[in-house]
Write a protein that binds this ligand. Structure first.
Ligand code: GLC
Length: 547
């Protein structure tokens, strides 16, 4: 039996606000993406994940949806979306849309009706609770973006739950009518030709029983992987995906490996794959805030990803990523964005594209885009970042310089600066002032410059994607770690019945001996100019096959 299409292709993630602005308003849009379809085709990708493009007041840049069936006017019209869909399909690229269904915007008609009165027909579509005995919030849950996860509604005297901003009220998945309406909405997008959904925080949808009934101690991590999550996912699969070959990709923070393996088990899948967070959480201590950063080390990264590689066998499936719109830039975090920027960006691309699972390249990583260091907090736009600034400089007592340093390291805006197309003003992203300033390094690091440089990250990425597409072992072969101890080298193989590929990655700025017998294998790809048989140069990545 042929493997499903989503196991063999490479995916690319677009954050539409920051990709390409076609109409000169400083905001990326669908026509901008359409103008780059040939670029996407030349990369060799087979799937595009488009972050939310639905109507939204933009409290959280589209992750607060006010109408699931209308497009955000600044992004374009339904006709533009159809043109994008057709342009992708004509190039053999499938279109995956974001589904944000743990919460909606507080400006969604459902919430407006829910809030209108305690006896409104949609009251129960959201999670309302009376105050605690002291008049305060029903429990002590904190919002992911800071502050209590409950907002008081004076008109009805009740609180509603919002695990994210107060403009993102949580939907109540216990309500049958809500689920039926949600699934019907999804089926309408399926009829419009989407090829799948990336499901935002989909393991938060089932809140624990007794929520807010008093005695409900503990943080909001109690909402993770809740009691009816499996039932809801199974129902969604039946109601929306039965008989289709669409892909379902869960974003699942805090989902343990054993559960992820069960949920993506190909014999009875609830989701086809999921994004775990263990490797992106390695740079802060357990329980510490993401801003309290500790160094990210290769051995920790290797141990974590190897555990997931091995642990998802034989029936689960990984989504692979090193960065996305919520994370700092991969080259700044796991690589060296100074002297070895090109080498470490290509090494990280090699890692991403040679692990087992479906790799997701985040826009700009194919040209080695790096973190931005804005001069002042006023240059930042992200709600999480701005809330963190108030918390770090307030309750936490950091001075402005220290707080800014933390924000420069971890802000989600690192990944949201405009895509760097050329050295033209605004990085060639827009003719107007962009909604967020470009990274000033765009003069040297941009697509146009990368096209003319045969050693660029871009050209290397294209070669790597082509190699993966023609090498079955790199798609489906088993991952096997060759050395769990080496302080700088990460060595692993990918094995299937007929082929063996060895991947050797030097995560350091010093040359490292390539251990025998790997030094006798045939090199099919390296990211350095004059490789030596026995030694891996600084940040060298090499793919080897039997001689
Ligand atoms: C997910 C999204 C993130 C968003 C959050 C709330 O983690 O990736 O951007 O802020 O969910 O929807």
């Amino acid at each position: 039996m042929n493997p499903p299409w989503w196991k063999t292709c490479v995916a690319y993630q677009i954050y539409p606000r920051s990709f390409c602005d076609s109409d000169g308003d400083g905001v990326g849009d669908l026509r901008g993406i359409i103008s780059k379809l040939d670029y996407l085709e030349r990369l060799g990708i087979g799937m595009l994940w488009l972050c939310p493009v639905y109507a939204s007041p933009n409290d959280d840049n589209g992750y607060d949806i006010s109408d699931y069936e209308a497009l955000q006017p600044e992004f374009g019209t339904l006709d533009d979306w159809i043109a994008l869909r057709d342009g992708l399909h004509a190039r053999g690229i499938r279109l995956v849309m974001d589904l944000v269904a743990n919460h909606s915007s507080d400006e969604h008609a459902w919430f407006i009706e829910s809030r209108a009165a305690k006896d409104s027909a949609k009251r129960d579509w959201y999670i309302w609770r009376p105050p605690a005995a002291d008049g305060g919030p029903p429990n002590d849950w904190q919002s992911v973006f800071g502050g209590p996860a409950w907002e008081f509604d004076a008109a009805s005297g009740e609180y509603y739950l919002h695990l994210f901003s107060k403009k993102q009220p949580d939907l109540n998945w216990e309500n049958t009518a809500f689920r039926a309406e949600l699934f019907a909405m999804m089926r309408r997008w399926v009829e419009l030709g989407v090829d799948g959904f990336r499901m935002d925080v989909i393991n938060l949808i089932s809140k624990p029983e007794g929520l807010g009934a008093g005695g409900d101690e503990g943080g909001m991590d109690r909402a993770l992987n809740g009691p009816r999550m499996r039932d809801h996912l199974a129902e969604m699969r039946r109601e929306v995906f039965a008989g289709t070959d669409l892909v379902t990709i869960g974003e699942t923070p805090g989902m343990p490996l054993e559960l992820a393996r069960e949920v993506t088990d190909e014999r009875a899948p609830l989701l086809d794959m999921q994004f775990h967070f263990e490797h992106v959480d390695l740079d802060h201590a357990p329980g510490a805030s993401k801003w309290d950063c500790t160094p990210m080390t290769m051995p920790a990264l290797r141990a974590t990803l190897s555990r997931w590689q091995e642990g998802m066998e034989p029936h689960g499936w990984n989504s692979l990523y090193l960065g996305n719109h919520d994370q700092p830039r991969a080259v700044s975090r796991y690589g060296d964005d100074g002297r070895y920027r090109r080498e470490s960006a290509t090494l990280l691309m090699t890692l991403l594209l040679t692990l087992k699972g479906t790799p997701f390249i985040y826009q700009g990583d194919e040209i080695g885009m790096a973190n931005v260091a804005f001069d002042a907090i006023d240059d930042y736009r992200d709600i999480e970042t701005l809330n963190a600034w108030r918390w770090l400089t307030g309750e936490r007592g950091f001075d402005a310089a220290a707080a800014l340093a933390m924000i420069r390291t971890k802000s989600r805006d690192n990944a949201r600066t405009p895509m760097q197309w050329s050295a033209a003003p605004n990085a060639g992203f827009s003719t107007a002032t962009p909604w967020i300033a470009p990274n000033p390094d765009y003069a040297a690091h941009n697509v146009a410059a990368a096209e003319t440089d045969p050693d660029s990250v871009l050209h290397y990425t294209r070669r790597l994607i082509a190699l993966r597409r023609e090498t079955v072992a790199l798609q489906h072969g088993r991952y096997c770690l060759l050395d769990a101890e080496h302080p700088a080298l990460w060595l692993y193989e990918r094995l299937d019945a007929s082929t063996r590929c060895v991947i050797a990655l030097n995560f350091s700025a010093t040359a490292q001996a390539l251990p025998a017998p790997l030094n006798t294998m045939r090199r099919v790809l390296t990211n350095v100019r004059n490789p030596s048989a026995d030694t891996l140069a600084a940040w060298e990545a090499r793919i080897l096959v039997p001689a």
